[in-house]
Ligand binder design. Structure first.
Ligand SMILES: *[C@@H]1O[C@H](CO)[C@@H](O)[C@H](O)[C@H]1NC(C)=O
Ligand SMILES: *[C@@H]1O[C@H](CO)[C@@H](O)[C@H](O)[C@H]1NC(C)=O
Length: 209
């Protein structure tokens, strides 16, 4: 195990540009998230998730500081793993004729496409590397049987898609840079983006805060 680890070069590779196209497609879909992930659901409707499935900018900044030998690729893998699971769960709670079902199914397809490109872009050994212990723990929790999950959280579909969007801009910033080089990983960037007080109040009501 250790030997294999040593053979793999340290990863400082940039985000492959091939990945930017499918990620931008996801970004385009996400621009309709208010309509499909908020308006078509009852007020404050929350979907039940494992606590490890809540993956926000604050998790990324916390992990960058606290997890030893954490690389960007690991965070990106975690992002794919978590959000794919979330999209699956969202689809599962929607009846066949739910007005957001097609939107969500399409988003999931686009997500799978992006993951395919992501996996193809690196040599297979990269995905067999040992993960930092705390990340492996999260990974194990994510694949745990429902009856063994120790801690559940409720989150609104819109908030989950907001998290997906913000963390995507942070972790794949090379695909989303504009001339004005924002720091997409800084939470304040997104706070500033909020248009008015009412929206901030809404955010304050969300059950997991
Ligand atoms: C991502 O989507 C937003 C709209 O939600 C848009 O303003 C922005 O230009 C998009 N970014 C890219 C790189 O496509
Ligand atoms: C993100 O942080 C919250 C607590 O703020 C925690 O419950 C959750 O498990 C974390 N998610 C991951 C993927 O570590």
């Amino acid at each position: 195990m250790k030997g294999l680890f040593l053979l793999v070069p340290v990863l400082t590779v940039p985000t492959p540009s091939s990945l930017c196209t499918p990620l931008k497609t996801i970004n385009d879909s996400l621009s309709h998230r208010r309509r499909y992930m908020k308006h078509n659901f009852p007020i404050n409707y929350g979907i039940r998730l494992q606590s490890e499935e809540i993956f926000k900018l604050s998790n990324i900044s916390w992990m960058r500081v606290n997890v030893e030998s954490l690389d960007e690729l690991t965070l990106q893998r975690l992002w794919f793993q978590i959000n794919q699971g979330i999209l699956k769960k969202l689809i599962r709670v929607m009846p066949e004729r739910h007005p957001s079902r097609r939107y969500t199914a399409e988003l999931e397809t686009r997500f799978k496409d992006a993951e395919g490109v992501f996996v193809q872009a690196y040599p297979a050994e990269v995905f067999q590397r040992e993960l930092p212990e705390s990340v492996q723990d999260i990974w194990d929790q994510l694949t745990e049987e429902p009856e063994k999950v120790s801690s559940w959280r409720y989150a609104t579909p819109k908030s989950l898609m907001d998290n997906l969007c913000h963390t995507m801009h942070c972790l794949f910033s090379q695909c989303f840079t504009t001339q004005a080089q924002h720091d997409y990983c800084g939470t304040t960037h997104w706070r500033k983006g909020r248009k008015n007080k009412k929206m901030q109040l809404e955010a304050g009501k969300k059950p997991w805060r």
